[in-house]
Design a protein around this ligand. Structure first.
Ligand code: PLP
Length: 420
C-alpha cells in the first residue's frame, strides 16, 4: 500500500461508488452516510442536478491563475455569497481550498487590517479552549483540540483560550473571563476573537446561550477587536440557516466557510469579509498577502455556485430543519432508552450526543458497531475539558428523506443495543 490513510496499521475497505445518502464498498455493501463524510457532503453523492453541470464546466474552463486572470465563475460565487450573507454584510470573498486555509487567511487578513490602520502591534488572537480551527500550525495555534495539538505544542503560539462552560456558566461570568483575557494581553495587541458558532469536532455540537455572541461582539467592538466566525462546519445550511451566526442574530467581521460550500464535489473554502475589513487594505497596500495556486479555481467555484443554487432550488434548508427536528427528537427518545447517551445537542442537521465517559472505549466501539451495521457517524470530543473521546456527530446530507432518516435511527439503535 503506497497511499497513506489515517491509521497506518489498518486496512481500509475501498469505496467504489456512492449515490444519494449511500456509499458502496468494494464488496457492494451499502453504508448510510450519517455524517456526510466529515460533515461535508450536504447534497449527498452523485447528485443528478450537479454532475451534468460539472461535466459541462469541465469543457469550458478548468483553471486560471488568479494573478493572471479573473473568472466569471469566481466572481459569480463571491456575489452569491454576498447575497446570502446576513444583511448582505459579507461583501467580499477570498477563495482557498480547505477550511484550514480559510482560517489561516482570516488570521492574516485580521493582522493586515490592523497593520493598514497603523496598529501593527495587534497580532494576537483570543480563542476558546473547546475549539477546532484547522490542522496547519497557525490554525492549530487557535485550536484547543488537545488531541490534535499534543505533538506540536512547543511549536504552537499560546493564544489565550477561554475555558468557561458555554452551556452552564452564567453569561456574566463568560463575558468577565473574556474581558480579563483582553486586559491581560492588552487590547492594543489583539487582532481578533475567533469562535465557531457551534463547536463541532471539539465540542459535539456545543452551542452558547442566545445572547452570547451579541455580548461578545459588543465587547470586541468596545476594544477594537475583530470577530472571526469559523463557519467551516456550521456555514451554508448545515444548521438550518445559511450562516450559523444567524441563530444568534450577530454578524462577524470575517467568516470562514468550507465543507458545505463544495459539498464534497470540489475542494473549496472561502474567507468572507465585510467592507469595513477590506476597505483599509484596498486603500493601503492594495494586496492581501495570502493565497494559493488553486485559489479561485474556476471549476471549483462553478461547482460551489451550483451547490448553493441546488440548496435553494430544492428548498433544502427547510428539509434540514424538518429532518433535524425529527432526528433530534428521536435521539432524545434513544437517550431515555439507552442511558449511555448522556447529552443530546444540535441545530438543523448538525447534531451530536455525548456518551458516558466512564465507559472506556465507548465512542470507538459505537462507531465500529455502526460501521459494521452500515452507518457512518463522526467522532467528536466532549466532557468538561473537551478532552474526553466520548462524542459523536450525526450530520447526514441535507437531502435525507424520512425513510432514510428512519433507517439511520434504526441502525444507530441496533448499534447502541450491541454496545450495551
Ligand atoms: N474549522 C472547523 C470548525 C472545522 O470543523 C474544520 C474541519 O473539521 C476546519 C476548520 C478545518 O477544515 P479542513 O479540514 O477543510 O481544513
Amino acid at each position: 500500500m503506497h497511499n497513506i490513510q489515517p491509521n497506518l496499521n489498518k486496512t481500509y475497505l475501498k469505496a467504489t461508488s456512492a449515490k444519494g445518502v449511500y456509499i458502496f464498498d468494494e464488496n457492494g455493501k451499502a453504508y448510510l452516510d450519517g455524517s456526510s463524510g466529515a460533515v461535508t457532503c450536504s447534497l449527498g453523492h452523485s447528485h443528478e442536478k450537479l454532475l451534468p453541470f460539472i461535466k459541462k464546466q469541465l469543457d469550458k474552463l478548468q483553471f486560471v491563475y488568479r494573478s493572471q486572470f479573473a473568472s466569471e465563475e469566481a466572481e459569480q460565487l463571491a456575489t452569491r455569497l454576498y447575497e446570502l450573507s446576513p444583511d448582505r454584510s459579507l461583501t467580499h470573498s477570498f477563495f482557498v481550498n480547505s477550511g484550514t486555509e480559510a482560517i489561516e487567511t482570516a488570521m492574516k487578513i485580521a493582522i493586515q487590517y490592523w497593520q493598514e490602520k497603523d496598529k501593527p502591534e495587534k497580532t494576537h488572537f483570543i480563542t476558546r479552549k473547546k475549539s477546532y480551527h484547522g490542522i496547519t500550525m497557525g490554525a492549530l495555534s487557535l485550536s484547543g483540540h488537545a488531541l490534535r495539538r499534543q505533538r506540536f505544542e512547543d511549536m504552537l503560539e499560546k493564544y489565550p483560550a477561554l475555558s468557561a462552560d458555554l452551556e452552564n456558566d452564567s453569561l456574566e461570568d463568560q463575558v468577565a473571563e473574556f474581558e480579563k483575557a483582553i486586559d491581560t494581553i492588552g487590547a492594543s495587541k489583539i487582532a481578533a476573537f475567533v469562535a465557531e458558532p457551534m463547536v463541532g469536532a471539539a465540542g459535539t455540537a456545543l452551542a452558547p446561550v442566545n445572547e452570547y455572541y451579541a455580548c461578545f461582539k459588543a465587547v470586541c467592538d468596545k476594544h477594537e477587536i475583530l470577530f472571526i466566525a469559523d463557519e467551516v462546519m456550521t456555514g451554508l445550511g448545515r444548521t438550518g440557516t445559511w450562516f450559523g451566526m444567524e441563530h444568534w442574530g450577530t454578524q462577524a467581521d470575517i467568516v470562514a466557510v468550507g465543507k458545505s460550500l463544495g459539498a464534497g464535489y470540489a475542494p473549496i473554502a472561502a474567507t468572507l469579509m465585510t467592507d469595513k475589513v477590506l476597505a483599509p487594505i484596498k486603500k493601503g497596500s492594495g494586496l492581501i498577502m495570502s493565497g494559493h495556486t488553486y485559489s479561485g479555481h474556476p471549476l471549483s467555484c462553478a461547482t460551489a455556485l451550483r451547490v448553493l443554487d441546488i440548496v435553494e432550488e430544492d428548498d433544502l434548508l427547510d428539509n434540514v430543519n424538518r429532518k433535524g427536528t425529527y432526528i433530534k427528537s428521536a435521539l432524545y427518545d434513544l437517550q431515555k432508552k439507552y442511558p449511555v447517551i448522556q447529552i443530546v445537542r444540535g441545530k438543523g442537521l448538525m447534531m451530536g450526543f455525548e456518551l458516558d465517559r466512564t465507559i472506556k472505549g465507548i465512542q470507538a466501539k459505537l462507531i465500529e458497531r455502526c460501521y459494521q451495521n452500515g452507518l457512518l457517524i463522526y467522532p467528536a470530543v466532549g466532557g468538561k475539558e473537551g478532552t474526553d473521546e466520548n462524542g459523536v456527530l450525526i450530520s447526514p446530507p441535507f437531502t435525507i428523506n424520512k425513510s432514510e432518516a428512519d433507517e439511520l435511527l434504526g441502525k444507530l439503535e441496533q448499534s447502541l443495543k450491541e454496545c450495551s
